[in-house]
Design a protein around this ligand. Structure first.
Ligand code: ADP
Ligand code: MG
Length: 635
């Protein structure tokens, strides 16, 4: 007699047995597709549906009651109920509405301002779908929930921990949003790992030879290339580049345009509904994917109930894709140039993303680097495989724990709007660094701590992450207080800043909840600008420093004049005032040498005044003391 199979109540998942090993899955939360995988003794297993498909389209469809459908089913609804379906939500993670406005043209749904409840720092844009308003975090959580369910079905036990991958360029806000989404879905994130790093890990590059590796990732809507330097098991991001609006979708577009142009030749102009365009795009995608393995094929476009037949082959496809692939190659060259790396110095090239299945892509990448790219692991699963390996290492304990690096420098604003970098970019994490700062004015009792991210020298060209105040500093003369500011970045790249006044022990601490809203374009632009503007930044920095010093001298002099102004004759006072005005004029100008010269002149002019003050001070000190003070001091 056959053994009876046990079935759980709907929604009830089995409790993990106490004797079971701890377990965590690896998740690639992609713009177009997501994948979940598990590391086992025998290797990594991608968790697939009953048809053997590992990819889950990152698409969510909402019913009127707000309940969600995720994946292939949601994708099919896109044609019929576009207003209820949302895709590509990864582009909105950690972004304010102002940041995505530029993207709005390419996102087929309505965006509204957030209400601020998703984070302390700002407002993430929200999506209007099926009459509801959802944050990108909530929508991503639906995708993660579907992946969690798939894993639980396949593994027959509760899954509540994961390693989740993010693009290397994701900033603090986008990383925090990703972590929040996982928490909403009931997944504790053990670690956020950079996608290129995960891909490198999947190929075991951390165990192989030290050297430089290139990760070429062409997905559905984005292109990213990263140069990693692998040394002693640490992956350092040497350089990253990419195009946030270049990917397989553009390939589909090119093919759809081609089919529609053929149709116009056969039938003349005809009106096209939105659904017709979408149908053409879908047909374009199917044809493109098919021609990665087939030499030719025929496809039918059924528009207005009039079918048209389109014969299409690989050379014709390659003609259409060539200029797009060219753009990716050009970006690779730029990134190599930026990092000062010769293509021949690259020890290995890894292909990531479904679009690298296109044979012409492989060929062009191979030609650029002069070597066959690594592609044994499925390019659209490789990131999840690396994440699963990392999850296994974290739960089972392993020698080869991955170490990542900070993508951008973290620093603090000092006087004059200058950035003092506390943790430079590409520092392996986790890391904690402390730096001492001091007060600017006599008796200063509070200090504004402004945390910024970026490569430039001046604050207003970097990104503001957080502001807080250190209070209760005991009144001391300027420069006497010792404020120790500590930056700690955890293994996920999330930052905590604390400030401690060391003489009194007064301490303030903030976990930096960043203001949402930096696009990867801005991120790339910030890195690029830092390279371009190095010299100009330096000039502005020394100018700013001169201004700060000049203002400090003016403040000190004004304070002294207020107390001991009577020590000066009228003529002396007039001469000093005139020179003060000269310094102020110089500060308003752009000439650092003029500022320094004016300050020097002022100091010369005020030297007799300073000497007289000192005399008066000593006399006051001696005559003011009474006998009991000396007695007290002697005890
Ligand atoms: P993302 O990282 O953006 O989530 P993926 O890595 O899953 O995306 O890549 C999705 C893209 O890969 C889509 O544009 C899809 O059409 C394309 N793709 C998938 N399979 C093939 C194939 N066999 N040939 C060409 N393109 C493909
Ligand atoms: Mg991807």
């Amino acid at each position: 007699m056959a053994q009876l199979l046990q079935i759980h109540e709907p929604g009830a998942t089995p409790e993990p047995g106490t004797d079971e090993a701890p377990l965590a899955v690896g998740v690639d939360l992609g713009t177009t597709n997501s994948v979940v995988a598990i590391g086992e003794d025998a290797g990594v297993r991608v968790l697939r549906d009953e048809n053997g498909i590992g990819l889950v389209p990152s698409i969510v469809a909402y019913a009127a009651d707000g309940s969600a459908i995720v994946g292939e089913l949601a994708r099919r609804l896109m044609l019929d109920r576009p207003e209820a379906v949302v895709g590509s939500v990864k582009r909105l993670m950690g972004r304010g509405i102002a940041d995505v406005k530029t993207l709005a043209g390419t996102l087929p749904y309505q965006l509204v301002d957030g209400d601020g409840s998703m984070g302390t720092g700002g407002r993430m844009a929200r999506v209007v779908v099926a009459g509801h308003v959802f944050s990108p975090v909530e929508i991503s959580a639906e995708i993660l929930r579907a992946l969690k369910e798939r894993a639980e079905m396949q593994l027959g036990r509760t899954v509540d921990r994961a390693v989740v991958t993010v693009p290397a360029y994701f900033d603090d806000a986008a990383r925090t949003a990703t972590r929040d989404a996982a928490r909403l879905a009931g997944l504790e994130v053990l670690r956020l790992v950079n996608e290129p790093t995960a891909a490198a890990l999947a190929y075991g590059l951390d165990e192989g030879a030290e050297g430089i590796y290139a990760i070429y990732d062409l997905g559905g809507g984005t292109f990213d290339v990263s140069l990693l330097n692998m040394q002693k098991g640490v992956f350092q991001v040497l350089a990253t580049g990419g195009d946030a609006a270049l990917g397989g979708d553009d390939f589909d577009h090119a093919v759809a345009e081609h089919f529609l142009a053929q149709r116009r030749q056969q039938r003349g102009d005809e009106p096209l509904a939105v659904a017709d365009v979408k149908l053409a795009l879908m047909t374009g995608r199917i044809a493109k994917e098919c021609l990665s393995t087939q030499k030719w094929g025929e496809w039918t476009l059924n528009i207005g109930d009039v079918p048209s037949l389109h014969r299409f082959d690989r050379p014709a496809l390659e003609g259409l894709l060539d200029p797009l692939i060219d753009r990716t190659i050009h970006i690779c060259r730029q990134v190599l140039d930026d990092a000062g790396v010769d293509p021949a110095d690259v020890q290995g090239v890894v292909l990531v993303g479904g679009s690298t299945r296109v044979p012409l892509v492989r060929q062009r990448v191979g030609e650029l680097f002069g070597r066959e790219p690594l592609s044994d692991i499925d390019p659209d699963e490789v990131v999840a495989v690396g994440a699963a390996l990392q999850a296994k290492a974290l739960t089972r304990g392993s020698e080869t724990l991955l170490i990542d690096v900070t993508p951008l420098s973290l620093g603090i604003e000092t006087m004059g709007g200058i950035v003092e970098k506390v943790i430079p970019r590409n520092t392996p994490i986790p890391v904690a660094r402390a730096q001492e700062f001091t007060t600017y004015q006599d008796g200063q009792q509070a200090m504004a701590i402004h945390v910024v991210q970026g490569e430039r020298e001046l604050v207003d060209q970097c990104r503001s992450l957080a502001r807080f105040e250190l209070r209760d500093i005991p009144p001391m003369t300027a420069g006497a207080a010792r404020i120790r500011v500590t930056f700690a970045v955890d293994a996920d790249g999330l930052l905590t800043v604390s400030a401690l006044e060391t003489t009194t022990g007064s301490e303030q601490k903030v976990a930096v909840k960043p203001s949402y809203g930096l696009t990867e374009d801005e991120m790339a632009q910030m890195l690029y600008d830092a390279l371009q503007h190095g010299a100009e930044d330096m000039r502005l920095r020394v100018l700013s420093e001169a201004r700060v010093e000049a203002k400090r001298v003016l403040v000190a002099l004004a304070a002294a004049l207020a107390v001991d102004g009577d020590l000066l004759t009228d003529e002396e006072r007039q001469a000093l005032d005139a020179q003060v005005a000269a310094v102020e004029t110089a500060i308003a100008g752009e000439d650092r040498d003029a500022i320094n010269a004016a300050v020097e002149e002022l100091e010369t002019l005020s030297r007799p005044f300073a000497e007289r003050r000192m005399d008066r001070g000593i006399r006051a000190a001696l005559s003011g003391r009474e006998l009991k003070d000396f007695e007290a001091a002697g005890r």
